[in-house]
Design a protein around this ligand. Structure first.
Ligand SMILES: [Zn+2]
Length: 176
């Protein structure tokens, strides 16, 4: 188990095509263990393969319980496909481990249905889920399509992001 380096926006790795997983073996398990380690290290609730430079269709999610505790609901989601988006369009305040130090409001569907495979390669479904989990699923599956939540911002907001983010990146570099 190991914490991997997180790929930071606007690195083109985040825009690469992500391929389907076809081998469900011990290496895949180790990779997802590293993804959880990395996600917890940087205090995230979800992480997608391209965010650690693995351009494969893999997502891990761990939504905290009511007390804010993680490690109880670890989900490994392989080859996910959104098959239904339903309900109202809701605003969600989002951040991303690949866009450190920046949060903003974007819109998502309230509910979604996602077909996926688990670590054993078995076909499973999250049927019409809602709340933070539904939003997190949409955010992470976007990563597998090379999309980042800041792509959804209006032009005005994106200009603001680029100004603010340039400073964040500079501060990060100085810190290293
Ligand atoms: Zn993200």
């Amino acid at each position: 188990m190991a914490v991997r380096e997180v790929i930071i926006y606007p690195d083109p790795i985040l825009r690469n095509k992500n391929t389907e997983v076809t081998t469900f073996d011990e290496d895949l398990k180790k990779l997802t263990d590293d993804m959880f380690d990395t996600m917890y290290e940087f205090e995230g609730i979800g992480l997608a393969g391209p965010q650690i430079a693995v351009n494969k269709r893999i997502v891990v999610i761990d939504i905290p319980d009511d007390e804010g505790n993680q490690h109880k609901n670890q989900l490994v989601i392989i080859n996910p496909k959104i098959t239904k988006l339903e309900g109202d369009i809701v605003e969600s305040q989002e951040g991303c481990l690949s866009v450190p130090g920046y949060q903003d409001t974007v819109t998502r569907y309230q509910r979604c249905t996602v077909e996926y495979q688990n670590l054993q390669g078995e076909h499973c479904v999250f049927d019409n889920v809602d709340g933070l989990f539904a939003i997190c699923l949409q955010h992470e599956i976007d990563h597998l399509e090379g999309k980042i939540f800041v792509d959804k911002l209006s032009r005005l907001k994106r200009e603001r992001l680029h100004k603010k983010y340039a400073k964040i990146l500079k501060d990060r570099q100085r810190g290293e």
